[in-house]
Design a protein around this ligand. Sequence first.
Ligand code: FAD
Ligand code: NAP
Ligand code: SF4
Length: 678
Amino acid sequence: MTAPTKYPLLFEPLDLGFTTLRNRIVMGSMHTGLEDLPWDIPKLAAYFAARAKGGVGLIITGGYSPNITGWLLPAGAKMSSPIDALLHRKVTSAVHAEGGKIAMQLLHAGRYAYHPLSASASAIKAPINPFKPRKMSDLEIRKTIRDFGNAAKTAKSAGYDGVEVMGGEGYLINQFLAPRTNKRTDKWGGSADNRHRFPVEIVKEIRRRCGDDFIVIFRLSMADFVDEGQTRDEIISLALKLEAAGVSILNTDIGWHEARVPTIVTSVPRGAFTAFTADITRAVNIPVCAANRINMPETAEDVLLRGDAQLVQIARPLLADPEWANKAREQRADEINTCIGCNQACLDHAFVHKKVSCLVNPRAGRETSLVLGPTRAAKHVAVVGAGPAGLSAAVSAAECGHHVELFEASDHLGGQFSYAARIPGKEEFSETIRYYTTMLDKHGVTVHLNTTARVEDLKGRFDEVVIATGVVPRVPSFPGVDHPKVITYAQAISGEKEVGDTVAIMGAGGIGFDVAEFVTTDKSPTLHLEEWNAEWGVTRDAETRGFVTKPHPAPSARSKVYMLQRKTTPQGIGLGKTSGWVHRASVKMKGVEQLSGVNYEKVDDAGLHITFGEDHSEARVLDVETVILCTGQESERRLDEALKEAGVTTHVIGGADLAAELDAKRAIRQGTELAAAL
Ligand code: FAD
Ligand code: NAP
Ligand code: SF4
């Protein structure tokens, strides 16, 4: 194979002595929910095979526990018996058939185990888990080391090319490594050497059981981002010991699950943590893999070019696009369906024990059931509305071979999603619009911008009519709603109406929080890495345990901002499980005054008049220049109703179908499923 010109380092093979990886792209471990039950194994095999076919160099599976104490959940995935190995033959052979390599991640949850058997270095409860772990005895520690060796040996017999030992994210091994969770006074605790003993012995045991011709990866926490975490010297000394114990590749990891520094959400700058990786790379002589917020080939190539690492791990980007590696290699990076770091269909699903998929690629994890195969009867399809629902329907239908025309009233693609892309910290969302723009062109969709579709444009001209006309902002009725200081979120974000220096945001849903970010953040959209680090209290100081210090957020761009809702529940509780806390913390850091349980009385020149409670007994006037309505949306269905009256059958998807609880995940999924069924 000739070396590509654009990302030459990314596609350079890596010789590990006994085996060679075809390129530097590692698919990071993600628990999909297909690991736990035997009858899901064929789906898991198809999911991994698609990524191997897509050109990735090495795949790492979701975490499998070496024993039942280490289960994340009761009856979770484990790798300990010949039956486990037999089942997994299907997975490894599917990957090997596509020319890929695959390693199994071995993960002992320790005090993150969500069951009463949980055990850890010390009996200290995690702030994010109701179960208090038991302190492991010396005997149990030694048995656990043997269990890791047995699991690795079983994985080898199942055809895996290697294992990854999970030593980060605050799981058991990390709990042994950090003084925060290891208060032992025996040979497994106290000094750094003692705290290092457990992982080093695990690696030695795996090597002893599996021999030299087996890839052993260790996932090293290079910054814990919790108080009483490890120091840089401790981490580097551990890396050197792991190298000596026989690790083939050091993969890197950042932040414990309980850390209050965001590490993977969309607002984290791309490649934010590679300076930490570079510290490890400089210290050892084995390949090091960089991870976290590397979602496009340019970022990956830059990491390798700077010498920060020899490999890059991408995980969620391979949910978003299984063909990521092939597209990068073939100079088709503009066709990559980029992971936008929203977590909405991956991590947020995993945390509520739902099967993992992807907001921008609903086929992820459904490779065997949601198939966009070539159609036998090409149809002439009209799609009205170029928001996420219409875009996914149009591109997916065209991919199946239908002749598609897309009508969009405005002068641009993206619908409401284009507002999302203007929110500071959500700039990644524009990648989805770029992807669809490229794919509309690639699949020959005829796009009519600035065209409000009417009945006469559609009736009798198409075999199928898809209505994806989306939503419009809800304008509630209260006295003064027509006052010039009242504007919609769409008018504020688009810049159609000016936003004053004092603002009341009416509504505290997802859009309310985004608008709070929009109005409190200075015009320059993306924070530079140094500013971002300061905002979240990340330090590079080698002596500071856990690399966290006091946050120094940038001041709000406006002198006063209120965010209001009628409900009395805490604001933002409905936001995503893994990203909501970041939005809530961000709004607090910017000094937004949050008021709940309010009634909107009126708006006049004095401002927004509110009362509190059922009896309206307490009143307040918020002296603001602008009131921004973030009060939900309503379906735009006028065209559909007119078409139905004219006897035209339609398919209604996305916000046009149902505005309540609408998000882009549903919109894109409905568009794709409809196209597959046409
Ligand atoms: P829309 O996006 O509303 O698109 C409908 C399109 O149809 C529009 O472009 C409109 O011009 C066009 N149209 C209407 N009538 C006609 C006609 N007669 N002829 C031609 N064209 C017509 N969702 C998430 O999942 N995650 C987020 O983080 C997120 N953040 C958001 C942040 C903001 C600030 C906003 C405003 C929304 C956010 N959303 C988010 C919501 C998401 O954007 C919407 O759920 C999604 O856009 C709905 O998709 P849709 O295609 O159904 O409708
Ligand atoms: P939302 O989450 O349903 O919030 C609507 C807000 O408007 C609520 O705070 C509601 O609170 C208020 N409201 C509703 N009807 C009202 C009325 N008649 N008068 C006054 N207030 C009213 O919807 P959204 O914020 O518009 O977001 C739309 C969708 O986009 C959401 O479903 C969300 O999933 C998605 N989105 C997601 C994110 C994300 O980060 N994941 C970000 C942005 C948007 P009260 O009724 O208590 O007043
Ligand atoms: Fe990325 Fe969002 Fe898809 Fe998860 S759901 S893989 S974060 S785009």
